[in-house]
Design a protein around this ligand. Structure first.
Ligand code: CO8
Length: 260
C-alpha cells in the first residue's frame, strides 16, 4: 500500500510509523486511520518486523486528536463508522503479537492519547502534552479512552481528565502512570528505538506469550487469568529459545536466540 499520511520504515527488526500531517498537528482523519490499520497488518504478518514504534512528524505533535474538520458535519451513522474503524484499528494494534511503543513527541490529545493507550509502552518527550479534551467540543472519547485510560491510571484520575478536559504535561503524565519514561525531546526517538531493538532481540515467542497473557488475562477473574498465564508459559517450553536460554544460563554464556 502507498501511504499518504504516514511514513513507514523498517530497520533492524523495528518498524517506525510516523503520523505525517504536521500542518494539522497530525490529526487523525479516516484516511490516516486506514493507513494505520494497513501498517499494523504489515507488522503482524511480516516476520522480519519484531517491534513497532509510533511517533509524530514535526516537533509539535504526536497526534492532536481525531480530525475535527472531518468530524464536524458527520451524522451519527458516519461518526459511528469512524469510531468503529478507530476501535478496530487500535484493538488490532493492541493485541498484535509484537510490542508497540508510543514515542509521544508533543500533543497527544483526544484520539492521540487514545492511540498511545493502545500501545504497550509509552515514552514521552519533555514537551509531550496529554489530555482527553473531547468534552470541550461536546463529545466523549470514542476510541477507547473511557475504558483504557481508567485501566491504566485508575478510575478517579481518568474521570478527572475526561470530565475536566484539562491537558497535562509529561511530568504529570509520568506521576499518574500514564507514561513509562520521559526523555529530553532530542533523545526521545533514539531512546524509543534503542528499547525497541532490545525487545526485537528477545525470544519472540516468549514476547508474544507475555503480551497475550497480560492483554487477555487482565479482565479475567484471577484464577482464570493465572490459568491463562500457565498455558502461555507452558507453551514457551516447546521453543528452541527456551532451551537455548536455559542452556546458556547454565553454561554461563550469552544466549543466541533464533526466534524459534
Ligand atoms: N483536528 C483537525 N485539525 C487540527 C486538530 C484536530 N484535532 N488539532 C489541530 N489542528 C489544526 C488546527 O486547525 C490548525 O490548522 P490551521 O493552521 O489550518 O488553522 C493547525 O492544526 C495548528 O493548530 P492550532 O493553530 O490550533 O495550534 P495551537 O498551537 O494554537 O494549538 C492545540 C494546539 C492545543 C493542539 C490545538 O490545535 C487544539 O486544541 N487542537 C484540538 C485538540 C482536540 O480537541 N483534540 C480532540 C479531538 S476529538 C477526538 O480526538 C475524539 C477521538 C475519537 C472520537 C471519534 C468520533 C467520530
Amino acid at each position: 500500500m502507498d501511504y499518504k499520511n504516514i511514513l513507514f520504515s523498517v530497520e533492524e527488526g523495528v518498524a517506525t510509523l510516523t503520523f505525517n500531517r504536521p500542518k494539522a498537528l497530525n490529526a487523525m482523519n479516516s484516511e490516516t486511520m486506514a493507513e494505520l490499520l494497513a501498517a499494523v497488518n504489515v507488522c503482524k504478518t511480516d516476520e522480519t518486523i519484531k517491534v513497532l514504534v509510533l511517533t509524530g512528524a514535526g516537533d509539535r505533535a504526536f497526534v492532536a486528536g481525531a480530525d475535527i474538520s472531518e468530524m464536524q458535519n458527520q451524522r451519527p451513522q458516519e461518526a459511528l463508522a469512524f469510531m468503529e474503524m478507530g476501535h478496530e484499528t487500535l484493538r488490532q494494534m493492541e493485541i498484535m503479537p509484537k510490542p508497540v511503543i508510543a514515542a509521544v513527541n508533543g500533543f497527544a490529545l483526544g484520539g492521540g492519547t487514545e492511540i498511545s493507550l493502545a500501545c504497550d509502552i509509552r515514552f514521552a518527550s519533555e514537551k509531550a502534552v496529554f489530555g482527553q479534551p473531547e468534552i470541550l467540543i461536546g463529545l466523549i472519547p470514542g476510541w477507547g479512552g473511557t475504558q483504557r485510560l481508567s485501566r491504566i491510571i485508575g478510575m478517579g484520575r481518568a474521570k478527572e481528565l475526561i470530565l475536566g478536559g484539562d491537558r497535562i504535561d509529561a511530568r504529570r503524565a509520568y506521576e499518574i502512570g500514564l507514561v513509562n519514561r520521559i526523555f529530553p525531546a532530542e533523545q526521545l526517538l533514539p531512546e524509543a528505538l534503542k528499547f525497541a531493538r532490545k525487545l526485537a532481540a528477545m525470544p519472540g515467542f516468549a514476547v508474544k506469550m507475555a503480551k497475550h497473557s497480560i492483554n487477555f488475562g487482565y479482565d479475567l477473574p484471577l484464577d482464570n487469568a493465572c490459568r491463562l498465564e500457565t498455558e502461555c508459559c507452558a507453551q514457551c517450553f516447546s521453543t528452541d529459545d527456551q532451551k537455548e536460554g536455559m542452556k546458556a544460563f547454565l553454561e554461563k554464556r550469552k544466549p543466541v536466540f533464533t526466534g524459534k
